[in-house]
Design a protein around this ligand. Structure first.
Ligand code: NAD
Length: 430
């Protein structure tokens, strides 16, 4: 069999093995291999020089058997239809793993947003909303931020939708600013959800988190926040990286200090070796060395957290991974071939559809608050997030034990079982 090559192939490879294990009917397999709707739009917006720019925009609505479509919108030059389809399918699985009443969707605009001014970004975001406004809504499809989009962009989009439809729609979109219908705790939700699982897993595997050495690829929203949680829990953060490179210290790094320096210099490795003056000496961190992103993945550690890109652990480097546990905070960081190698080596992989589902879970809380007009305290958000993450982990772990599966296989089986059950009772499969 040819190795899967595109993001959608990789996502479907995990889904198809689950279809076979849970013995779906041919029609059910077909329904779960094809998005329900693919929206493609040419979006035009005005640049600051008065010229019009045209870009491709997509919204893929994969499955809504369990509730409104749900998924982020990314702005990225590589956001093509195949990638958006893959992410939409994985969102349907993710919302089902954590058992929240949503389906799966994803949006994307093929553009490098870093070339745009703030005014151009606003015009682009409003133009995208104009193109999708008739196909989304609080009961239909609820977008959110993703790569290179943020609360400000969600605010522009909600405002545009409310103007077009002449409605008040605090439940249209999640990941909004706190001052415009956002939820407390959303900014740290992905990392916190992953941390809750890691805490529970280490208890069950008799691993002392206080002695664990952790390497994190990607020091952005998800990566830097989980570094803080783990640091507070006494774990040793031995390596971190960003798109410029990484650093490793066998005696442990201080994520608070790294965050501070990153803000100043814009890079994780740059902060320690800026220009001709090496900050390593100034910071008295002699035991810290600069490493590449590839080295980080195979460095000496107990827990590896990919929190940046997809497809970074492949058949090429999986054999060299030393970590006992991989927590996938990024979407799709481990390829199906690497997954098989890691399983043989006994590495525990907590899959993305469970590990990073804290984000969509708190998005669900935001939607609930938008619908009810209620405002939850940070404590309530954390308490409910913990409850859902631990229950989902327990569901997946029980399935894995019962059927002798990896956590990924079990998570897909639990999720696809739930989606198919909803499709069956709705009469979609007969
Ligand atoms: P972010 O943009 O805040 O951070 C991404 C980090 O990755 C940055 O530090 C960036 O420098 C780094 N990076 C980029 N290219 C890299 C490279 N080639 N090598 C190493 N590092 C690189 O994004 P985020 O919100 O933290 O998301 C990170 C991952 O987690 C993505 O895969 C995203 O889809 C996934 N995720 C995030 C959330 C969330 O709520 N933030 C939820 C679910 C999944």
């Amino acid at each position: 069999m040819a190795a899967p090559v595109t993001p959608f192939d990789r996502a479907m490879s995990f889904m198809r093995s689950s279809f076979d294990r849970i013995k779906l009917l041919e029609l059910e397999k077909k329904l779960l291999s094809t998005p329900q709707h693919i929206l493609r739009h040419d979006i035009s917006f005005e640049r600051d020089d008065g010229k019009m720019m045209k870009v491709h925009g997509y919204r893929v609505q994969f499955n809504n058997a369990r509730g409104p479509y749900k998924g982020g919108i990314r702005y990225h030059p590589a956001a093509d239809i195949d990638e958006v389809k893959a992410l939409a399918a994985l969102m349907a699985v993710k919302t089902a793993v954590v058992n929240i009443p949503f389906g799966g969707a994803k949006g994307g605009i093929q553009i490098d947003p870093k070339i745009l001014s703030s005014a151009e970004l606003e015009r682009l975001s409003r133009a995208y909303m104009k193109s999708i406004a008739d196909d989304i809504g609080p009961d239909i499809d609820v977008p959110a931020p993703d790569v290179n989009t943020n609360p400000q962009i969600m605010a522009w989009m909600r405002d545009e939708y409310e103007k077009i439809k002449n409605v008040y729609a605090p439940d249209l979109i999640t990941g909004k600013p706190l001052s415009y219908g956002g939820s407390l705790g959303r900014d740290k939700a992905t990392a916190r959800g992953g941390f809750f699982i890691l805490e529970q897993l280490s208890k069950l595997e008799a691993i002392n988190l206080r002695e664990a050495r952790v390497a994190i690829q990607g020091f952005g929203n998800a990566g830097s926040e989980i570094a803080m949680f783990l640091h507070d829990a006494g774990a040793q953060i031995v390596a971190v990286s960003d798109s410029h490179g990484g650093i490793y210290s066998k005696v442990g790094l201080d994520p608070i200090r790294i965050e501070k320096y990153k803000r100043k210099t814009g890079s994780v490795s740059g902060q320690y070796c800026e220009g001709s003056v090496c900050d390593l000496k100034r910071l008295k961190m002699d035991e810290t060395e600069v490493i590449s992103n590839e080295d980080l993945l195979t460095c000496d550690c107990d827990i590896l957290i990919p929190a940046a890109l997809d497809n970074v652990i492949t058949e090429k480097n999986a054999k060299s991974v030393k970590a006992k546990i991989i927590l996938e905070l990024a979407n799709g960081p481990v390829s199906p071939e690497a997954d098989a190698i890691l399983e043989k080596r006994g590495t525990i992989v907590v899959p993305d559809v469970l590990a990073n589902a804290g984000g969509v879970t708190v998005s669900y809380f935001e939607w609930v608050q938008g619908r009810s007009g209620d405002q939850w305290t940070a404590e309530k958000v954390d308490r409910e997030l913990r409850r859902i993450m631990l229950q989902s982990f327990d569901d997946v772990r029980s399935e894995a034990k019962r059927k002798n599966l990896t956590y990924r296989e079990a998570a897909f089986d639990v999720a696809i079982g739930r989606i198919v059950e909803a499709m069956r009772v709705r009469g979609w499969t007969t």
